[in-house]
Design a protein around this ligand. Structure first.
Ligand code: ZN
Length: 371
């Protein structure tokens, strides 16, 4: 992966490139950025640049023997570690290396949902187990095959838990010419003993413009690209998903569900949930539907405050003034809170049927709150 293939992040890229050009490579680094921020792609580009033998214009050449292997993520001195589903306790992540390469090459901005979809994990919780930690220590103890630097990129150390302590010595005193990059999303979920031993590289969100430009490159229509970029909230992957999932009519499903909640039609809600809460609908769809809902509620509030000019949303499934008439400053915070909580639970593999039933009951109550 070349730096130039990743949109935006000019400042971070410049800092990373300069540190390599000046020979100041810190041996243990923590790339921290929200899901879809491109932090994993940046880590790969950084490692590739470090080992490129023919760097040009502050980027990897893409063509030297090292780059050619990096382009396919098959360089023998490039190691990955990531959460995976263990079938046996002694299984390690390399069992899934083929799936990993495929997933990362196809979606360099992927989050845990895209990855678990690739693993066909259904509702099983991935993790990074103790056997994996021991395997990392073993993998890094070998001499590098051909590169200057051996690199290990660990994606989502949040999934390590206390087993991560096994790696402390390695992170603190890695073998010579070894670079350890942790790519994380949530600072507060990484054990302190690891945080204190790594140099932090903060990766910001993508701007709406950067997401829109990228979607346009993927042949998205201009007006839709602007809308997805707006809803994606800085996550490139969320923008791409919204584009890809348009055919599932998530807007329509949300509006239908919300109307049923307002009308308190329990049985019809149950039927709708039976359609939403199945594997074929997908967790990503469920979350995008709820994210769309969050935006609609926020737009209703804006509309009610007569700040209509800042509303960028248009839908063929409902009229905002009508929707806004049932939303007020009393019920909106509750509804927003419940939608956010549902997204949180779906992200953590909760049973979607229970999440949506609970959400429906809460939102029905919320909608009864009158000013
Ligand atoms: Zn190269």
């Amino acid at each position: 992966m070349l730096f130039s293939e990743i949109p935006g992040h000019a400042e971070v890229k410049e800092r990373l490139i300069r540190s390599i050009n000046e020979g100041r490579v810190s041996h243990a680094q923590l790339f921290l950025g929200q899901s879809g921020s491109g932090s994993l792609a940046l880590a790969v580009a950084y490692a590739q640049y470090l080992n490129c033998t023919n760097r040009i214009n502050n980027d990897s050449c893409g063509e030297c023997p090292s780059c050619r292997k990096y382009n396919k993520l098959i360089h023998p001195d490039l190691h990955f570690s990531y959460p995976f589903i263990t079938k046996k306790a002694d299984e390690v992540s390399t069992v899934y290396i083929k799936e990993w390469r495929e997933a990362l090459l196809a979606s360099p901005f992927m989050g845990i949902d895209e990855w678990t979809d690739q693993l066909q994990a259904e509702n099983k919780q991935p993790n990074i187990n103790i056997a994996e930690c021991h395997d990392i220590i073993k993998r890094l103890s070998y001499k590098s095959y051909e590169a200057d630097f051996k690199v290990l990129i660990m994606w989502l150390p949040e999934y390590l838990g206390a087993t991560g302590n096994t790696l402390l010595k390695l992170i603190e005193e890695p073998p010579e010419k070894t670079l350890f990059i942790l790519v994380a999303e949530q600072y507060d979920q990484i054990i302190n003993t690891i945080l204190s031993r790594t140099q932090l590289v903060k990766i910001g969100k993508f701007s709406d413009e950067e997401i829109k430009a990228h979607l346009l490159e993927m042949d998205c229509e201009e007006h839709a690209a602007a809308r997805y970029a707006y809803l994606a909230d800085g996550s490139m992957q969320a923008g791409i998903n919204l584009m890809l999932l348009e055919e599932n009519n998530l807007e329509e499903v949300f509006v239908q569900w919300f109307r049923l909640c307002y009308a308190r039609k329990g049985i019809e809600i149950q039927h709708l949930i039976d359609q939403i809460a199945i594997a074929a609908f997908g967790r990503e769809n469920q979350k995008n539907m709820l994210r769309f809902g969050l935006q609609v509620i926020r737009d209703c509030l804006t509309y009610n405050a007569s700040a209509t000019e800042i509303i960028r949303f248009e839908s063929k499934f409902f009229e905002l003034p009508k929707m806004a008439s049932i939303i007020n400053t009393l019920n909106a915070p509750y509804i927003i809170g419940h939608l956010e909580k549902a997204i949180y639970h779906i992200e953590r593999n909760a049973n979607p049927k229970i999440v949506f039933l609970d959400l429906s009951v809460q939102v029905m109550k919320d909608l009864q709150r009158k000013m």
